[in-house]
Unconditional design. Structure first.
Length: 390
């Protein structure tokens, strides 16, 4: 309601100016005293936080003509924000019926009407209007952005790609690059589900051409190769991920491990982990290296690595691994049981694997989303450092 009041204030001020202009000109006859009284009443309602009554009065006394165009547009927006979209549509349609509007005014009214239809989810009416506005110098960018947003809502990824490619220079931004790469990933995922693996790979590759740091494309393509049991291609693909997104390397370790028959005994597997660790200093990679050392009987090396990491970067995941290591190195069954119990408590308390945070709006979730459910931005949800470090 406070936002509505702030929006109404300029409307009331402009309407007051309009009254003064009409009365000083005297060309259209004396502006009736009743209108001035109603205007005063409307401002009084506004000052007393009664925005609904203020809108009703200002709408009734405001004449529909070219001189009041900006005021009518503002009132239409107010009605839309109040949820009275039918009134907003009627105002903007009436404006378009006026003669002698400039092309800029006509485009503005068209865009307002398209937003009304969009609020009603009447896409078959909003889309044609927005497509016409792509020729408008003033409204071209807003129309293109809105058409892309509609394509996202309808999951029409081909159309979203088409608009994004066509207006790439106009809409150039890092967020738009990430979005375009994810549109190709959406098509790739759909192709993979339909069994069209070659088409899926083409879209993942196209996503990486657009955004070389698109972790989703790398990760999904590697998993696709795993499903096809092409372990060499899966290993080569997932090896690109840590440098693209070091904070997401925790998701790569299980994929890499699946590429080897016995990963803990493979020198190549350990070499790749060591390289990943140098790039990311990831707790997940360090934890896996500790596990590999333990499986080879090198408990001293495993303990040294775990303690060194915990001193540099205190972390729940590594603490859990260290307690597991201590428990296994103890001959006393009671101590071993105690360590294992502590491990289970820590993992249950912090839910180590399921804490993610949007780097844009701060949205926290137990699930990884390629697009934030709150702010709608692509590739912004990452592992939350408050709970687990990579």
């Amino acid at each position: 309601m406070l936002e509505l009041l702030f929006l109404l204030l300029p409307v009331a001020v402009l309407y007051g100016w309009f009254i003064g202009r009409r009365e000083s000109g005297r060309r259209s006859g004396f502006f009736h005293l009743r209108h001035r009284c109603e205007y005063a009443a409307g401002v009084n309602y506004l000052l007393n936080d009664e925005a609904d009554k203020a809108v009703d009065i200002l709408t009734r006394v405001l004449p529909l003509e070219r001189d009041t165009f900006d005021l009518q547009i503002s009132l239409g927006v107010l009605f839309r924000r109040k949820g009275e979209i039918d009134k907003a549509v009627r105002i903007h349609q009436n404006l378009l019926s006026l003669e002698n509007l400039s092309q800029q005014q006509r485009d503005e009214a068209d865009f307002a009407l398209a937003m009304d239809y969009l609020s009603l989810r009447v896409y078959d009416r909003s889309i044609p209007v927005l497509q016409r506005l792509l020729k408008s110098p003033e409204r071209k960018k807003e129309a293109a952005e809105t058409l892309i947003r509609i394509s996202e809502q309808l999951r029409e990824w081909d159309r979203a790609i088409m608009y994004s490619e066509k207006f790439r220079d106009l809409l150039s931004s890092p967020e738009r690059v990430k979005a375009l790469a994810n549109y190709h990933c959406e098509l790739a995922d759909a192709s993979a589900e339909a069994g069209s693996y070659e088409t899926a790979v083409e879209h993942y590759r196209r996503a990486l051409e657009i955004d070389p740091k698109c972790f989703r494309a790398i990760f999904s393509e590697a998993k696709l190769y795993l499903a096809e049991q092409d372990y060499t291609a899966a290993r080569q693909t997932i090896d690109l991920a840590p440098e693209a997104q070091p904070d997401c390397v925790m998701f790569c370790v299980p994929v890499l491990a699946a590429c080897f028959h016995k990963p803990e005994s493979s020198p190549e597997y350990v070499r790749i982990l060591m390289r990943w660790f140098a790039v990311s200093f990831s707790a997940a990679v360090a934890s896996e290296l500790v596990r590999c050392l333990m499986s080879r009987g090198n408990e001293g090396g495993a303990r040294k690595l775990a303690i060194g990491y915990l001193r540099e970067n205190p972390n729940v995941l590594m603490l859990s691994r260290f307690l597991e290591l201590v428990g296994k190195s103890e001959a006393d069954p009671e101590v071993m049981d105690t360590m294992n119990y502590l491990v289970s408590i820590i993992e249950a308390r912090f839910d180590v694997k399921d804490k993610y945070c949007c780097r844009s709006c701060g949205y926290v979730s137990k699930y990884l989303f390629w697009r934030c459910p709150k702010c709608g931005r692509w590739s912004t949800v990452r592992p939350d450092d408050r709970f687990v470090s990579g």
